[in-house]
Design a protein around this ligand. Structure first.
Ligand code: CP
Ligand code: NVA
Length: 299
């Protein structure tokens, strides 16, 4: 029997497998990998893109999505994360989870007889990174050798994107203030993809010559208590028109959304001519379909 495959972080895929997922994402005649089957989608935090892109990807694969709010099942309160997962796997061919604590989705995967997909944790957002790489490929044809500059908080989105960029052969440069940096474990994990992440303090240095300029909110879901401190720390890190003008000709702007225009990104950049945010949002669905086809086929 083949081992069950999960996606908890992007490096659960090899570089070759990432390539397969991206190819499947672009397949104009998707498989019916979920024909007559269900996928449980468990959300401890709010979501617009992830819930809808996953639900529609499941439908496009012939399946039936069932979305559940975290407090409906009471993760580790009404029932352990392990028993909730074992229960959902009685009815569903796959389980997705958006959780506060990354360890919870790891515990789910550890006991699950069906694929578990991390739909965002405090540490990782691999589904987002798949859609981001797909978007860069669509725009530039080839991602290998492209420079991705991420300006802002080294958060879940940044970490998964750095790992995905490394696997895809892109250069990843992170600009963040001192005190907000990937730790040694993160940097090692990124380097294990075959490409090291560069870390700088100055946003201008990161963006110089970049093909992709990326940012995300400074305060992620669950970090609200850090808001005042972070507003001070990141004040020089807004992606505005001046910063974008340092990027390579033809450079694009990406943001996983939801955005806070006027904070991490100027409104003129977010909705400006270089922005590909809606293509990126649409790609969440295509990437989810590609990933589910891969995981169900490989497990
Ligand atoms: N980018 C993203 O994951 O959006 P949601 O939080 O709306 O799902
Ligand atoms: N970093 C953000 C991403 C939201 C899609 C958060 O975790 O809230």
């Amino acid at each position: 029997m083949k081992p069950v495959r999960h996606l908890i972080e992007v490096d659960d895929l090899t570089a070759a497998e990432l390539g397969m997922v991206l190819e499947l994402s672009a397949d104009p005649s998707p498989s019916r990998a979920l024909e007559g089957k269900g996928m449980a989608l468990l959300f401890e935090k709010p979501s617009a893109r992830t819930r809808h892109s996953m639900e529609m990807a499941v439908v496009q694969l012939g399946g039936h999505p069932v979305s559940i709010a975290g407090d409906e099942v009471g993760i580790d309160e009404r029932e352990s994360a392990e028993d909730i997962t074992r229960t959902l796997a009685c009815y569903h061919a796959a389980v997705g989870a958006r959780v506060f604590d990354h360890a919870v989705v790891e515990r789910m995967a550890a006991v699950s007889p069906v694929p578990v997909v991390n739909m965002l944790s405090d540490q990782a957002h691999p589904l987002q990174a798949l859609a981001d790489i797909l978007t860069v490929e669509q725009v530039f044809g080839e991602i290998s050798g492209r420079r991705i500059a991420y300006v802002g908080d080294p958060n879940n989105v940044a970490r998964s994107l750095a790992i995905a960029a490394g696997l895809a052969g892109a250069e990843f440069v992170m600009a963040s203030p001192a005190g907000y940096r990937f730790d040694a474990v993160d940097l090692n994990r990124i380097a294990n993809t075959g490409r090291e992440a560069h870390v700088v303090e100055d946003p201008d240095r990161a963006v110089d010559g970049a093909h992709v300029v990326y940012t995300d909110v400074w305060v992620s879901m669950g970090q609200e208590a850090e808001t005042a401190e972070k507003m001070d720390a990141f004040v020089r890190y807004t992606v505005d028109e001046r910063l974008m003008s340092r990027a390579a000709p033809g450079a694009i702007f990406l943001h996983c959304l939801p955005a806070r225009p006027g904070l991490e990104v100027a409104e003129g950049v977010l909705y400006g001519p270089q922005s590909r945010i809606w293509q990126q949002a649409e790609n969440r669905m295509h990437a989810a379909r590609g990933l589910l086809t891969f995981l169900l086929g490989a497990s």
